[in-house]
Write a protein that binds this ligand. Sequence first.
Ligand code: NAP
Length: 213
Amino acid sequence: MRFGVIGSAVVGQTLASGLKKHGYEVRIGSRSPAKLADYAKSSGILTGTFAEVAAWGEGLVLAVGGNVAEDALRDAGAASLKGKLVVDATNPIAKEPPEDGVVKYFTSPNESLMERLQRAFPDARFVKAFNSVGAALMVNPSFPGGRPTMFYCGNDAAAKATVATIIDQFGWDGADMGTATAARAIEPLAQLWCIPGFRDNQWTNHAFRLMRK
Ligand SMILES: NC(=O)c1ccc[n+]([C@@H]2O[C@H](COP(=O)([O-])OP(=O)(O)OC[C@H]3O[C@@H](n4cnc5c(N)ncnc54)[C@H](OP(=O)(O)O)[C@@H]3O)[C@@H](O)[C@H]2O)c1
């Protein structure tokens, strides 16, 4: 499967490299693809504009700031999103600084960014995933306690099945939380995950694990 990654920063590069590592064809996009020259050289991954990689991809990864996610998808082009899986790693982080280590969101508790995006682009098949851990741990992290849990959700079963495979390949136990509505609960996990980072500068040593019996 061919993935077009919309997002040129650490998350876009990490997920693009992870997909390539696991055998997917990948291109990565930016509004200014030239800024990806070094990454393209070291990774062997081709670059393009958001529109170019979105048109090329059979599936997409969204890895831009939450406040500009809709703009980036419009740049990508609604027609290029039609019917496609969009792995949504974004979080609705507000511009204000964190308070006591808690990042502020521009969404309220009974809504989510992914629901907004799904409404704005109804023909795309959004799946929330990879938003609740730092980029350094997204691909094949190693924890003494075993695989951590990646929570995911979305309205389309086939799209979620594709993401479940990627989650497994990336070394996580997937936990399907249901429809896009569950993004209201999954997006705030990133607020919780970031607290040790902002309070104690711990950005690379923790992830969530769902215990079951
Ligand atoms: N950093 C992490 O460890 C982490 C972990 C989990 C989830 N996340 C979430 O993942 C997303 C990406 O995070 P990040 O740290 O990799 O990068 P970021 O700095 O949040 O986003 C960078 C991307 O946003 C694009 N962008 C900025 N302004 C734009 C605009 N006005 N219109 C369209 N696109 C615009 C940039 O485009 P150009 O390429 O043109 O510059 C770039 O591709 C965020 O939503 C973040 O909350 C981050």
